[in-house]
Design a protein around this ligand. Structure first.
Ligand SMILES: Cc1cc2nc3c(=O)[nH]c(=O)nc-3n(C[C@H](O)[C@H](O)[C@H](O)COP(=O)(O)OP(=O)(O)OC[C@H]3O[C@@H](n4cnc5c(N)ncnc54)[C@H](O)[C@@H]3O)c2cc1C
Length: 472
């Protein structure tokens, strides 16, 4: 990037807010996705919406790319820079602007940490359900851009179900508003939905209006352990068939149980093949009744142990089993490749078993955990990027896992997005007409392809860099 462009950026945001040092560029070359990296030309920290707008206008004039970034916890490479890009940092936009207790809404800046929003609204007896595993560090802006899910998706849905309004700076620099506090609003096309899950390619969110719900009055948390994957899977099906929709219905396999126990020491037996974390919430009487039924269902399916939390502290301990799964697995080997395969709920057990077979076939270590109630699994390759032979085998194993997932009627990503990591699979998975329509959409919003180019699909050869996903 030439000095003139950098000095124009300095004029827009102030010299201190444009970082070009090699240490900064390396720091922002990564997100949570392993094996992908590309240093940006600069990192820019805008202080207001007008500044974002001016940066986008400059990018159109001078034809450089912009990559919006929240906390960089994304797992599909969404905030990894392109070779000629500047990163726009949004994580310091961290104010909760308004909590409207009459309309049950919250206006927030995009850099608000998801867990911080939870704490704030819960003190007022309100509830913001989407709770990605990364909620203590990820931002609401990143959640909206990825349409993030979480542990409470089964009962409460995902981020898109809570986005009521957006202020967006469009790729041309225009500041646009979509949606609002009206619970019902069918005036024109539902454009707000186009931006949710747009992975930073259609606009930069500068304000987000979220729906809140009343905080459930009671919660019951339990852990059930099983000697076989099939028993755990049957338990999941039986729970749904009994017309119980838990807030949380999460699964851990044996490798993950062992890693969690080594890490968190919460007393999990190392011989179990599967663990289910189940949480029901709602009216106290209903929660009590459902909890009793859940225990019966677990016992009927031969759970080797069912532990019910007696109080909040115990509930936190049991939830640690699931919440620490990724961190625990990440300790096993230097490189942790966390994937995101989703199948119809009935296919969870066959997919888990197939993943174990594939891991044996390629002689690689794959731990598995995920949102069993949503059919959303996170097979996690535990490897070492310095061992190229093993990395090749892990990549082949994941390719096969995604083929099997598609054959089972599943999708290539349930919540982490396509980004760079999945774009080769998108071509295979998506109807060609629908893919073309998405590209037409992108070109219409962003004719110069300046906003997060090369993510989801390619429009131009701009996104080069040393991106391993591209090479394959
Ligand atoms: C341990 C761990 C657990 C996780 N668990 C879950 C989970 O349970 N469910 C789940 O869905 N995901 C999960 N994730 C993935 C990740 O946390 C989510 O995708 C999250 O939404 C990313 O938020 P972020 O602030 O880190 O965004 P980033 O990674 O910085 O960015 C993600 C995308 O959003 C875009 N973006 C960021 N801010 C804006 C903005 N203001 N305007 C427009 N675009 C923007 C970026 O360009 C990029 O494309 C997990 C990740 C980790 C590391």
């Amino acid at each position: 990037m030439n000095k003139v462009t950098i000095s124009k950026l300095n004029e827009i945001v102030g010299k201190d807010q444009v970082l070009t040092g090699i240490e900064d560029r390396i720091t922002y070359a990564y997100d949570g996705t392993q094996l992908l990296s590309q240093a940006p030309e600069a990192i820019v920290i805008p202080q207001n919406t007008q500044a974002i707008s001016e940066i986008l206008k400059l990018a159109n004039q001078e034809k450089f790319s912009i990559v919006p970034r929240g906390s960089g916890t994304g797992l599909s490479g969404g905030s990894i820079p392109t070779s000629d890009s500047i990163v726009i940092l949004m994580n310091h936009w961290d104010k909760i602007l308004e909590i409207d207790q009459e309309n049950l809404t919250a206006w927030v800046e995009p850099g608000v940490i998801t867990g911080k929003l939870h704490e704030t609204v819960e003190q007022l007896g309100l509830f913001y359900p989407p709770d990605p595993g990364s909620m203590s560090i990820c931002t609401i802006g990143g959640n909206v851009a990825e349409n993030a899910g979480g542990l409470r998706g089964l009962k409460y849905g995902v981020t898109k179900d809570y986005v009521m309004g957006l202020e967006v700076v469009l790729p041309g620099g225009e500041i646009a508003h979509f949606g609002g506090k009206n619970v019902k609003d069918v005036a024109g096309y539902n454009l707000k939905e186009v931006f949710v899950g747009s992975e930073g390619t259609l606009g930069i969110f500068s304000k987000i209006l979220l729906k809140l719900v009343p905080k459930p009055r009671a919660t019951k948390t339990m852990l059930a352990l099983f000697d076989s994957i099939e028993q755990a899977a049957r338990t999941v099906s039986d729970i749904i068939a009994a017309r119980i929709i838990p807030a949380t219905l999460e699964f851990l396999d044996r490798i993950t149980i062992k890693s969690v126990e080594d890490f968190a020491k919460i007393g999990l037996p190392l011989t179990s093949e599967a663990l289910l974390l189940i949480e029901v919430d709602g009216h106290p009487a209903q929660v009590e009744e459902e909890a009793q039924k859940l225990i019966e269902i677990c016992r009927k399916n031969k759970a080797s142990n069912v532990e019910i939390a007696k109080d909040e502290l115990e509930a936190i301990r049991l939830k640690t089993a699931r919440r620490s799964a990724f961190s625990a697995l990440a300790r096993v080997k230097p490189t942790t490749i966390l994937e995101d395969a989703t199948v119809p709920r009935s296919q969870v057990a066959p997919l888990v078993i197939k993943i174990q077979e594939i891991a044996r076939k390629y002689d690689v270590m794959i731990g598995n955990f995920g949102h069993a109630g949503d059919g959303n699994l996170h097979p996690t390759g535990l490897t070492d990027e310095r061992n190229q032979d093993e990395i090749n085998r892990v990549e082949k194993a994941f390719e096969e896992i995604f083929r099997v997932t598609m054959d089972m009627g599943g999708t290539i990503t349930g919540e982490h997005g396509v980004g760079l990591a999945k774009k080769s699979f998108l071509k295979e998975w998506m109807d060609p007409g629908a893919l073309e329509m998405m590209k037409t959409f992108k070109a219409m919003f962003d004719p110069n392809n300046i906003l997060n180019p090369g993510k989801i699909f390619d429009l131009s050869p701009k996104c080069e860099g040393k991106l391993i996903a591209e090479k394959n």
